[in-house]
Design a protein around this ligand. Structure first.
Ligand code: FAD
Ligand code: NAD
Length: 405
């Protein structure tokens, strides 16, 4: 019998976790496993805010895919997927086409601008490792130029962060630590710098524990960060952003840097597949297959599952993407053996949100934690993710060991 080809698209948390589990469970002659990713490295999306602020180098955030896959079991193809034909069972990339028997779509997230004018053009987004590097360099460029400008425009030193969700808050936490370093490096008086977070909802981290949110806001304000709450960004221009402050009231804020962290969507390629989706996220069946496509699995941020307890979608997180990768591998193997697949249920261990390298808030194993305890927990979670994919070797090489900072 012909060996099945299992094609995995994307080497983020969901894709790598699928592949690592397939290579653990399958013998070399049982299937042709092919992993396609646009880079030959994986990046820890959950650390991108650190690279964007410049508190961690972009290189520290990524590692070679070859270091975690066994080449005798998984063929890695560095290519950009350009089209997915689920009827013809073929995937097109910039370097060729690949037929499949089983397909795993794990192409991750993209920034969502909700059609707000100017954001695509003028705002930066913490979307991948290169985009994070661009934000770091852009902020440094503004500091360097302010120092050189003969006529100084202090708005060069204003950084606006759109969105006070987890990404926005974690980025602000890093900026709180990074800005004083930049001021020192570029001889910029601290009072000239303005870091402003703009949030549309009436609170920071909407839906999260109010006591923990209060702690986070207090800590960030103590680092000089300002908040404008209940004031959606309605436009971005080359000069800054326009905020809606009331029925017919707007305020334009001039800024040298605008970082958009106000929402994500699934990968746009999903929208061209003909599979029903909402902002490129597919409401998958319980076993993670796309409805109506018994050979297509979707994991990670491109998948959407409803939490039956709250009747709301589970948030798109690395925690869930990795667990889905495990289950997806098991279910493909079940199908290969002619067995029935299992339903996926997330095992949610909580949420920890960093506020810089030395502080955090969290709701972990049912307990509220803050400060160094939460920060310790966050680094342990980061290290665990490395361990799950690449074992002790990868954890030692890339892990965070300043645990008690
Ligand atoms: P991704 O990790 O986005 O990986 C997708 C992969 O597909 C990438 O390697 C990409 O290069 C590749 N790809 C994309 N398009 C193509 C293409 N056309 N062709 C080939 N390859 C392609 N979640 C948590 O649980 N905990 C956290 O602490 C946390 N912190 C976060 C912090 C930040 C700053 C951000 C932005 C997100 C954070 N998240 C966190 C969310 C988490 O990062 C995502 O849920 C997770 O990355 C989703 O994993 P994924 O495998 O679906 O996709
Ligand atoms: P999000 O959707 O969770 O938050 C976006 C925020 O932007 C919301 O608070 C929203 O009200 C606000 N917003 C929307 N439109 C706006 C506008 N026009 N003007 C101003 N504000 C606006 O997005 P995110 O923070 O990027 O998180 C994405 C996913 O990644 C979530 O599932 C999150 O749980 C996960 N994540 C987790 C962690 C963690 O666990 N530590 C860290 C980062 C991200």
């Amino acid at each position: 019998m012909k060996r099945p080809t299992i094609l995995v698209l994307g080497a983020g948390y969901g894709g790598l976790s699928t592949v690592v589990n397939l290579q653990k469970s399958l013998g070399t002659d049982e299937a042709d496993v092919v992993l396609i990713n646009k880079n030959d490295y994986h990046y820890e999306s959950t650390w991108l805010h650190e690279a964007a602020a410049g508190t961690m180098s972009p290189d520290s955030v990524r590692y070679d895919i070859s270091s975690v896959i066994k080449s005798e079991k998984v063929k890695f193809v560095k290519a950009e997927v350009t089209a997915i034909d689920v009827e013809g069972k073929v995937v097109t990339t910039n370097v060729g086409t690949h037929a499949y028997d089983y397909l795993v779509i794990s192409l991750g997230f993209e920034g969502e601008t909700f059609g707000i004018p100017g954001l695509d053009k003028y705002a930066l987004s913490i979307a991948n490792v290169n985009a994070a590097r661009q934000i770091r360099d852009h902020i440094e460029y503004q500091f360097a130029n302010w120092s050189l400008d003969e006529v100084k425009d202090d708005s060069r030193l204003t950084i606006i962060v759109g969105g006070a969700g987890f990404t926005g808050i974690e980025f602000l936490g890093e900026l709180g630590n990074r800005v004083p370093e930049l001021c020192k490096e570029y001889d910029v008086p601290a009072e000239k710098v303005r870091v402003l977070c703009v949030e549309a909802a009436p609170m920071v981290l909407p839906g999260f524990d109010p006591e923990l949110v209060d702690y986070a806001v207090r800590q960030l304000k103590a680092k000089g960060i300002e908040f404008s709450i209940g004031t959606p960004v309605v436009e971005a221009t080359s000069e800054g952003v326009n905020l809606k402050k009331g029925e017919d009231e707007f305020e334009f804020i001039k800024a040298g840097t605008v970082v958009w962290a106000a929402g994500i969507r699934g990968n746009r390629l999903i929208e061209q597949t003909g599979i029903e989706n909402m902002r490129a996220r597919v409401k998958v069946e319980k076993d993670l297959r796309a409805p109506g496509h018994s050979d297509v699995f979707i994991v990670g941020d491109c998948a959407l599952m409803i939490n039956e307890e709250t009747n709301r979608p589970f948030p798109p997180t690395a925690q869930i993407a990795m667990q889905q990768g495990d289950m997806c591998a098991n279910n493909i193997i079940a199908l290969m053996k002619g067995e029935i697949t299992s339903p996926f249920t997330p095992d949610l261990k909580g949420t920890v949100c960093s506020l810089g390298d030395d502080d955090a808030i969290g709701d972990a194993f049912g307990k509220k934690i803050t400060g160094k305890t939460a920060s310790f927990m966050k680094k342990m979670i980061d290290n665990r993710a490395l361990f799950m994919i690449g074992g002790m070797g990868l954890t030692i090489k890339k892990g965070k060991f300043n645990l008690l900072k």
